[in-house]
Design a protein around this ligand. Sequence first.
Ligand code: FES
Ligand code: FES
Length: 165
Amino acid sequence: MADAPERVEVAVTVNGRLYRRSVEPRLHLADFLRRELGLTGTHIGCEQGVCGNCTVLVGDDAVKSCLLFAAQADGMELTTVESLAGPDELSPLQQAFKDEHALQCGFCTPGFLMTATALARRGSVPTRDEIRGELAGVLCRCTGYEPIVTAVERHLQARRGEGRG
Ligand code: FES
Ligand code: FES
């Protein structure tokens, strides 16, 4: 059997910027984002697909980035939580989280924000129960979830009011 390569070349577009790196084949995407690109807004909890804190967008889909090797993301378009805010202001989704007290320690927040961003991109208008189901893959130890669901619901309703689905 042939030896595995020691390094693999990865080229990914993250938040609209192209990055090329040579990485260990088994480096997972969450570590790649944090260690290689310095995008530490993506948080790592369990590293086994349970907590959802590492969620990013691959294309338009919310993906747990600890479950993907960086090499598997080669050629893909990724979006991380760093894409949301401008230098001096929160994004509307982040503002809804702030207004609804949808975070305490904030460790889970990037995962919820990116899951909600994927939901918003779909353009559908889910019910509160459906929102709860969509967010079920992200775990929070602090809030009891209700304010998070409220923040996402409020954001999606505001988008609908603006004619953005
Ligand atoms: S760190 Fe990826 S799901 Fe928990
Ligand atoms: S706000 Fe602390 S884990 Fe969710």
